[in-house]
Write a protein that binds this ligand. Structure first.
Ligand SMILES: C=CC1=C(C)c2cc3[nH]c(cc4nc(cc5[nH]c(cc1n2)c(C)c5CCC(=O)O)C(CCC(=O)O)=C4C)c(C)c3C=C
Ligand SMILES: [Fe+2]
Length: 920
C-alpha cells in the first residue's frame, strides 16, 4: 500500500480543508505531510501472527485468515504480471470517509464534513454561506461527537483499518497475478484524497481503478468523493489523462454477500439457541429527501443488499425474522425510516429478547458500530427488556471479503480508460467525469438544502460572526420550510436536478458497459467472421432485464462455445411465475472471462441457476429475447486488434490522449435543440401512444395508454380524429390532460429516440373543426373514417412541455423544451432525407466509406472506420473507430446549416476534401 507524501493541493482542494487550515474560504494552504502507515501496526506481509490486530473493544470478528498471512497467493507468473506492469502501472484508489485521529481533530473533521456541498446542499446563491454554516454546525456538534470518540479511545479507527485493508488488498491482487499499488483517499481527514492523487502522480500510475469502500452508493458518500475527484482531475493535466474506471457499488457481489452471511452465521452460533433471534440490520441513515427528491439509490441498494444476505442465510438454514433500520441521524429533518432506536423499542415491546445487530452500510469498525451500537443502542435495548444482544463484527480485513474486492478490481481493469465512457453518450462507464456528468446533465442548480444538520441553541461560539451568519441563514430556511410544510428553498431556487438522474443513468451505464464488454470480447477473438453482438432486453412488470449475447462460430471463441454475457438489472425478474431477487453485475462465463483477461470468478450458470431455478437461460433463449440491436462485427468493421494493454504506445502513457481529448470536446459540437428535435420527430410521424386518465369502470382515474394516430398542425400541435367508441375519447372528454409519446420507430424499442408532449387537449365540435380536418387529411388522405358519425376532433392546444430523448443506445441525450420553445421551433428540413443521406454517407469511396473519410479529414485522427446513422441540418452522427479503439459515437458538424438535401450533398463533398475529387 502506498501513502501520499507531502502535498500541494490543486484548485479543488480548498473545499476539503478544515477551518483551522483555511484562513479564507478561497485560500489554499499546503496540507501537513501525510504520514506513512503506522510502523507499529503489524505488517501483514511479514507478520506470522495473523488476526485482525486492531483490537476493537467489542470485535468478535474472525481472526485474519492464516491463508493471508502465510502467503496464500501463488507467485506472480512472470509472463502476465511482470510484462503488464512494465507497460502499465496499475493503481487502485480506495475511497473512504476518514475520521479524527485525536479529540482535537474532531471539530476540524466535522467542519470538513459539513463544508461538503453533498452533505449540506445549498443552492448556488447561498453557496458562499457554506464555510460559515460548516463552522457553526461543527462547533455546535463537536462536544457531543467528542464524547462519542472519547468512549472509543479518543480517535476514529478508520484510518488504521482502511490502510490495512489497502495492504491486504494490494497483496491479494498481486497474488492473482496483477502487480498494482493501492492508495487510500479519505474525504474528510488524512490521508486526504488530494494527497493520494499527488502520490499517484509521483508514482506514475497509468491505469486506475476507483473503488469506494461503501458497498452501497450514496450521494453523500461515494458520490461526494467522486465529485471531489472530478474537480481534481479537471484541474490537473496528468490526472486528466489518467485512464481510470469507477466501481460505483458492489453490495450485490456474491463474494461480499457470502462474507457478510458468514459473519452473521458465526455470530448467530453464539446464542444459546438461534430460535427467536431477531436479525437486525442497522444502516447509516441519510436524509429522506436524498432518496425521494434527489434520486439517491442508497435505500434501494440497501434493501436489495439485505435481501441478498437474508437469501444466502436462508440457504444455510437460518430462517430468522429480520428488520432493516437506519441509525445515526443528524439534525432536525426527516431521515430514512424506520429509525434504529424506534425499531429497537418496537421489537422489544413485541417481546423480542434476543437481537443480533448487523451493521450494513460500512465495512470497517467505526464510531457508529463501536459507540452507537455497542453502547447506546445496547443500553437502550436492555432497558427495554432485551436480554441477549450481540453484534456482527465489521468485515475489516476479512479474507473472503478482501479476496472478492481483489476480483472486483481485476474485473474492472478491462474497462480502465474505456472509450465508451468518454463518448458523447450519457453512459458513465470508465470515467469519473463522464459518470458525474451524466448525473448532472441538464442540472440547472444545485439541489436545495433539504437537510440541515443543525442543533438549535445559542452557545458562546454561536456568538462568533460566522456562527451568527449561519444561524440567520439556517433559521430563515427552517422557518420557511416548517411554515409551508414544504421544501420551500427547492421551489425558490430552482428545480431539483442532477442526482435524480442517477438511477436512470446507472442503468444505461450498465447496458453500455455490457455492450463494451461484448465488443472487447469480439476484438479479442482471433477470427470474428460471422460473429455478432446482440443487445436484447425483456421487460417484466416495471422492471427490466438486459440480456447481451455474443454469438460466434465455435472456432472464433478460441475453442469455447458461443457464450452469452448477461446483465440482470436491479429489481425483480419475474420468470414463469417465479419472482426472484436478482443481483446486478455483468456475468461472463469462465471462457469468456479468460478471453477478456478477466478473472473467471463469476459463474453465470451457477448464479443463473440460483436466480432462475426453473427457467434455465441458454444462448438460444437469449437470442429469442427482443433484439434491440444487432451488430455484425464484420460489417461494423472490427478488425482483430491488439489487446487493450497495447492500445496506446508506451510513449504516450501518462500524456494526453488525443482521441479522448477529441471525444470530450466533440460533445460540444452543434446539434438541434431539444425543441427542434422534438418538433421534427412529432412532425415526421403520425403514430403515438396517448396517455389519458381513465374516466370510468374499475380502472377509473388510472393512467390509460392507447396507440393513436395524429397529425401535427403547422405549429406542432397534435390533432386527433378519434372515435367516441374508444375509451380514451371518453377519458379526454372528462379530463383533457394527457400526454403523447411519439417514438422514432413504430415498433417501439427502449433505445429508440422519442418525443413526449404533455398538455391539455380541447374538443372541437364538427362545425368548428374544418381547419383541423383539412390539416389532418392533408397528411393522412386515406383516413376516410374520420368522417364517420362517431368520430370527434381534439387538438392539444395547451402544451405544457415537450421532452426529447435521443437514441439511448448511442448518443443518449435527453432534454426538454418549454411550450414556447417547442411551438416556435421548426421541423428540421433535412429530416425527411435522413435515411437516404445516411446510406450515401456509408457508401464506399476511394479510401473507405465516405463518413470515415470525413471523420478522418475533420478530426485529423487515425480513423479506421465510421458509420453514419443520423443526420440533420447541422451535421451527422456516426459510430467511429480510431486506430481500432471504439466504436465511439461522434458528431461531425456541417460547415453551415443545410436547408436542402442538395446543401448537404455539397457540404459532404467539401468535407471530404481531396478524397472527394478522387472519388468523383
Ligand atoms: C454509508 C455510510 C455513511 C453515510 C450514508 C453517511 C451519511 C451521512 N453522515 C452524516 C454525518 C456524520 N457522519 C459521521 C461519521 C461517519 N459517517 C459514516 C458513514 C456514512 N455517513 C462513518 C463511517 C462515520 C464514522 C467516521 C469515524 O470517525 O469513525 C459524523 C461524525 C460522527 C458524529 O459526530 O456522529 C457525522 C456528523 C450526514 C449528515 C450524512 C448524510 C447526509
Ligand atoms: Fe456519516
Amino acid at each position: 500500500m502506498s501513502s501520499a507524501g507531502s502535498f500541494a493541493p490543486g484548485p479543488g482542494a480548498a473545499r476539503g480543508l478544515h477551518k483551522a487550515q483555511v484562513p479564507r474560504a478561497d485560500a489554499i494552504v499546503p496540507r501537513p505531510p501525510h504520514s506513512k502507515r503506522d510502523p507499529h501496526l503489524p505488517d501483514l506481509r511479514t507478520s506470522a501472527g495473523g488476526g485482525d490486530a486492531l483490537a476493537m473493544p467489542t470485535m468478535a470478528g474472525p481472526p485474519l485468515d492464516a491463508k493471508v498471512v502465510s502467503d496464500p497467493y501463488p507467485p506472480i507468473p512472470a509472463s502476465t504480471s511482470a510484462s503488464r506492469a512494465a507497460a502499465d502501472k496499475i493503481g487502485v484508489l480506495l475511497l473512504n470517509l476518514g475520521g479524527p485521529e485525536s479529540l482535537d481533530d474532531v471539530q476540524p473533521f466535522l467542519y470538513n464534513l459539513f463544508a461538503d456541498p453533498d452533505i449540506i446542499r445549498l443552492p448556488p446563491s447561498l453557496a458562499f454561506l457554506q464555510p460559515a454554516i460548516a463552522g457553526a454546525i461543527s462547533t455546535l456538534r463537536a462536544p457531543q461527537s467528542c464524547k462519542g470518540y472519547s468512549a472509543i479511545g479518543g480517535k476514529s479507527p478508520l484510518r488504521e483499518i482502511t490502510e490495512r485493508q489497502a495492504d491486504v488488498l494490494e497483496r491479494a491482487i498481486e497474488g492473482k497475478g496483477q502487480a498494482c499499488k493501492v492508495y487510500v483517499a479519505m474525504r474528510y481527514w488524512h490521508p486526504y484524497t488530494e494527497e493520494a492523487m499527488e502520490q499517484i502522480k509521483r508514482d506514475g500510475i497509468s491505469r486506475l481503478v476507483v473503488l469506494p469502500l461503501y458497498p452501497q452508493f450514496s450521494i453523500s458518500t461515494s458520490g461526494s468523493s467522486l465529485r471531489l475527484l472530478q474537480r481534481l482531475f479537471e484541474g490537473d493535466r496528468f490526472l486528466a489523462g489518467l485512464r481510470h474506471t469507477v466501481i460505483p457499488s458492489w453490495y450485490q457481489r456474491p463474494g461480499y454477500v457470502n462474507a457478510m452471511a458468514d459473519l452473521v452465521w458465526q455470530e448467530m452460533a453464539k446464542f444459546d439457541s438461534p430460535e427467536g433471534v431477531e436479525v437486525f440490520f442497522s444502516a447509516h441513515g441519510v436524509p429522506k429527501s436524498y432518496v425521494e427528491l434527489a434520486g439517491d439509490p442508497y435505500k434501494e441498494e440497501m434493501e436489495e443488499c439485505v435481501g441478498l444476505i437474508m437469501a444466502e442465510l436462508r440457504r444455510r438454514g437460518v430462517d430468522n425474522h429480520h428488520t432493516l433500520a437506519y441509525q445515526s441521524r443528524v439534525g432536525p429533518v426527516e431521515w430514512l425510516r424506520p429509525y434504529t432506536d424506534q425499531s429497537i423499542r418496537k421489537l422489544a415491546a413485541e417481546g423480542v429478547k434476543k437481537m443480533l445487530v448487523v451493521p450494513i452500510s460500512f465495512v470497517s469498525e467505526h464510531i457508529e458500530t463501536l459507540e452507537e451500537i455497542d453502547m447506546e443502542y445496547r443500553e437502550l435495548a436492555e432497558s427495554q427488556g432485551v436480554t441477549d444482544w450481540r453484534r456482527v463484527p465489521a468485515l475489516n480485513t476479512n479474507p473472503a471479503f478482501i479476496d472478492d474486492l481483489a476480483d472486483a478490481v481485476l474485473e474492472a481493469l478491462p474497462f480502465v480508460g474505456s472509450l465508451v465512457g468518454a463518448s458523447n453518450s450519457i453512459v458513465p462507464i470508465g470515467g469519473i467525469d463522464t459518470l458525474l456528468e451524466s448525473y448532472d446533465r441538464e442540472r440547472e442548480s444545485l439541489p436545495p438544502p433539504t437537510n440541515l444538520m443543525w442543533k438549535w441553541g445559542f452557545t458562546q461560539s454561536a456568538e462568533l460572526w460566522n456562527g451568527r451568519l449561519a444561524m440567520v441563514a439556517l433559521a430563515m430556511i427552517l422557518v420557511m420550510e416548517t411554515s409551508s410544510g414544504q421544501v420551500v428553498t427547492w421551489k425558490l431556487w430552482g428545480r431539483l436536478k442532477g442526482w435524480e438522474d442517477i438511477v436512470c443513468s446507472r442503468k444505461i451505464c450498465l447496458v453500455s458497459r455490457l455492450f463494451d464488454l461484448a465488443l472487447a470480447a469480439l476484438r479479442d477473438v482471433a477470427d470474428t467472421e460471422g460473429a455478432s453482438v446482440q443487445l436484447g432486453f425483456m421487460e417484466t412488470a416495471g422492471d427490466w432485464l438486459v440480456v447481451l449475447a455474443v454469438s460466434a462460430p465455435r472456432a472464433a471463441l478460441r475453442g469455447s462455445q458461443p457464450v452469452p454475457i448477461l446483465l440482470l438489472t436491479p429489481g425483480r425478474f419475474v420468470c414463469e411465475g417465479h419472482p426472484t431477487p436478482v443481483p446486478k453485475y455483468p456475468l461472463a462465463t469462465p471462457a469468456m472471462s479468460k478471453a477478456m483477461g478477466m478473472s473467471p470468478v463469476l459463474r453465470p450458470t451457477k448464479l443463473l441457476n440460483q436466480i432462475l431455478p426453473n427457467c434455465p437461460v441458454d444462448s438460444r433463449r437469449l437470442r429469442r429475447s427482443r433484439t434491440l440491436c444487432s451488430t455484425a462485427a464484420k460489417s461494423a468493421g472490427h478488425e482483430p486488434e491488439p489487446p487493450r494493454d497495447h492500445q496506446r504506445p508506451a510513449s504516450q502513457q501518462g500524456e494526453e490522449d488525443p482521441i479522448r481529448t477529441f471525444v470530450i470536446k466533440n460533445r460540444e459540437a452543434p446539434r438541434l435543440t431539444f425543441a427542434e428535435a422534438a418538433r421534427t420527430l412529432v412532425d415526421g410521424s403520425v403514430t403515438g401512444v396517448l396517455a389519458t386518465h381513465s374516466s370510468k369502470g374499475s380502472d377509473e382515474g388510472f393512467p390509460l395508454s392507447s396507440v393513436v394516430e395524429y397529425v401535427a398542425d403547422s405549429k406542432g400541435r397534435p390533432i386527433f380524429g378519434i372515435s367516441m367508441l374508444a375509451k380514451h375519447t371518453a377519458s379526454l372528454y372528462r379530463d383533457g390532460r394527457c400526454s403523447l409519446l411519439v417514438p422514432e420507430n413504430k415498433s417501439i424499442a427502449l433505445s429508440d429516440s422519442r418525443a413526449l408532449l404533455i398538455g391539455t387537449v380541447r374538443a372541437y365540435d364538427k362545425e368548428d373543426a374544418g381547419d383541423l380536418r383539412e390539416a389532418y387529411l392533408a397528411k393522412m388522405p386515406q383516413a376516410f373514417w374520420v368522417d364517420f358519425g362517431d368520430f370527434r376532433w381534439f387538438r392539444m392546444d395547451d402544451i405544457v412541455k415537450a421532452t426529447y430523448a435521443e437514441d439511448v443506445r448511442r448518443n443518449a441525450r435527453t432534454g426538454k423544451a418549454t411550450a414556447e420553445e417547442y411551438l416556435a421551433a421548426s421541423p428540421d428540413p433535412v429530416a425527411q432525407y435522413r435515411d437516404s443521406i445516411c446510406s450515401d454517407l456509408n457508401k464506399s469511396a476511394t479510401g473507405g466509406p465516405v463518413s470515415a473519410i470525413i471523420a478522418k479529414e475533420t478530426t485529423g485522427l487515425d480513423v479506421t472506420n465510421a458509420e453514419a446513422y443520423r443526420v440533420d441540418s447541422l451535421g451527422f452522427d456516426a459510430m467511429c473507430t480510431f486506430s481500432g479503439r471504439g466504436p465511439v459515437n461522434i458528431r461531425l458538424p456541417f460547415p453551415r446549416r443545410a436547408t436542402t438535401r442538395e446543401d448537404v450533398e455539397q457540404m459532404v463533398e467539401e468535407m471530404m476534401g481531396d478524397a472527394a475529387v478522387q472519388t468523383v
